[in-house]
Design a protein around this ligand. Structure first.
Ligand SMILES: Cc1ncc(COP(=O)(O)O)c(C=O)c1O
Length: 423
């Protein structure tokens, strides 16, 4: 039996209908921005493999760090034990996280980093005997696929089968241009109820909603308002972290700092699964007690896996290099130069850019959404040209590993122009 048949028989792929989906491409290796198929095709990974890759595939520096760590300590229970890679990572993160962050809690991925954030915020109030239980989220949000993360995300096709099991959340509208004062009024009304425990948001960009962007000033005023009511602010930087928006974290565009921050994706450069939830001293204080019941009873078998921490430390080192920063600047400059070329096109509703993210929302008779049927035209068009651009419905986005070269960006931009002129 060949690999394709085995895959079809034995494996259930994420976000993939079991009926009618094309055979997945068999990748045998990857280097830099290229994925190499078993039959020798070289495909540009223009979306950083679901937004995780930042230093290119099979990066030798990170691979060596994992290799060396694997020979020393592959894993150890993280309750009652600790290790150097985790401590070094906590130290490294401390130098780039907002100044008020005091401790980090390790988990496995973006969803679990968000679960930890939500549980910390809810238990923060519980430990103090307060009855605040409600969370405010922004419409269109995506925070992951575990139950808590689903609950605070937009309700729709991703969550419909589980709707009755998801806890109740108060939503405010996405602050589109011109609607900010309505959103702010809505938010203030919710805060008045004094039952709000936390406010969770994807800072500046809602990724899965179609790379929808909003201004730092709007978010700043929401956080400020929330803080006046003592509401815990949770920044979900799972997607935006580690330079995606042009700064280390999207929160760097803000004057206000969150109380809790969830990060993952780029943290290991896209090599190992790892999630981190950072929190301020204020949060920590509510758990500092000799009362056993006030413990944060949360943990995963692979919490702070040393291999993942070693990968994250190596990725951090690369991220701090001047070359990496100048690559991020180059990508942004090229995206910004390309944007007006497509913005004027009749098929384009809006072209948006922030940092290394370029999003092109296409006009469509149907609403902009993940399920928009245009995705069925977009994805194969680019794949046939050996470019991986997995659209969010009718939104094409380019989000490359930071090591991409100008010629490779040009190839992607030309293919987009070709798509707009022919499709
Ligand atoms: C903002 C945000 N939060 C959380 C997640 C969930 O992360 P993961 O897929 O690693 O569980 C994602 C994934 O795309 C995300 O974009």
């Amino acid at each position: 039996m060949n690999f394709e048949t085995l895959d079809k028989d034995l494996i259930w792929h994420p976000f993939t209908p079991l009926t009618g989906s094309p055979q997945p491409l068999l990748i045998q290796s990857a280097k830099g921005v290229y994925l190499e198929t078993i039959d020798g095709r070289k495909i540009i990974d223009a979306i950083s493999s679901w937004w995780v890759n930042i230093h290119g595939h099979s990066n030798e520096f990170i691979a060596n760090a994992i290799h060396e760590q694997a020979k020393k300590l592959e894993h150890v229970i993280f309750a009652g034990f600790t290790h150097e890679p985790a401590i070094r990572l906590a130290q490294n993160l401390q130098t780039i996280l907002p100044g008020n962050m005091s401790k980090v809690f390790f988990s496995d991925d973006g969803s679990t980093a968000v679960e930890v954030a939500l549980k910390m915020a809810l238990q923060f109030w519980y430990n103090q005997g307060a009855s605040r239980k409600k969370v405010i989220a922004i419409r269109g949000a995506y925070h992951g696929d575990t139950f808590g993360a689903m609950a605070v995300g937009e309700r729709g096709i991703f969550t419909d089968p589980f709707r009755s099991h998801l806890f109740d959340v108060a939503y405010i509208d996405f602050p589109l241009d011109g609607t900010e004062s309505n959103v702010s009024r809505e938010f203030k009304d919710l805060l008045k109820t004094d039952e709000i425990a936390a406010f969770i948001f994807e800072p500046l960009v809602q990724g899965a909603a179609g790379m929808r962007m909003y201004a730092p000033s709007v978010l700043d005023s929401l956080i400020k308002e929330a803080k006046e009511h003592n509401v815990i602010c949770i920044a979900d930087e799972v997607f935006t972290g580690f330079g995606r928006t042009g700064r280390m974290f999207a929160c760097e565009y803000l004057s206000e700092a969150p109380d809790i921050m969830a990060v993952s994706k780029g943290i290991t450069g896209g090599t190992m699964a790892l999630g981190v939830t950072a929190c301020s001293k204020k949060i920590v204080t509510a758990f500092e007690s000799s009362d056993f019941t006030k413990t944060f009873f949360h943990g995963h078998s692979y919490t702070a896996n040393p291999l993942a921490c070693a990968a994250a430390n190596a990725s951090f080192e690369l991220l701090m290099k001047k070359e990496c920063r100048s690559q991020m600047t180059m990508i942004n400059r090229r995206h910004e130069a390309f944007r007006p070329r497509v913005q004027a096109h009749g098929k384009v509703k809006e072209a948006r850019c922030l940092g290394t993210i370029l999003a092109i929302e296409l006009n469509s008779d149907d609403e902009t959404s993940y399920a928009n049927e245009l995705r069925k035209k977009i994805y194969p068009f680019f794949l046939e040209r050996d470019i991986l651009l997995r659209p969010l419905g009718n939104v094409i986005y380019v989000l490359p590993p930071y090591v991409i070269q100008e010629a490779e960006l040009n190839r992607i931009y030309s293919a987009i122009e070709e798509f707009l002129s022919t499709a």
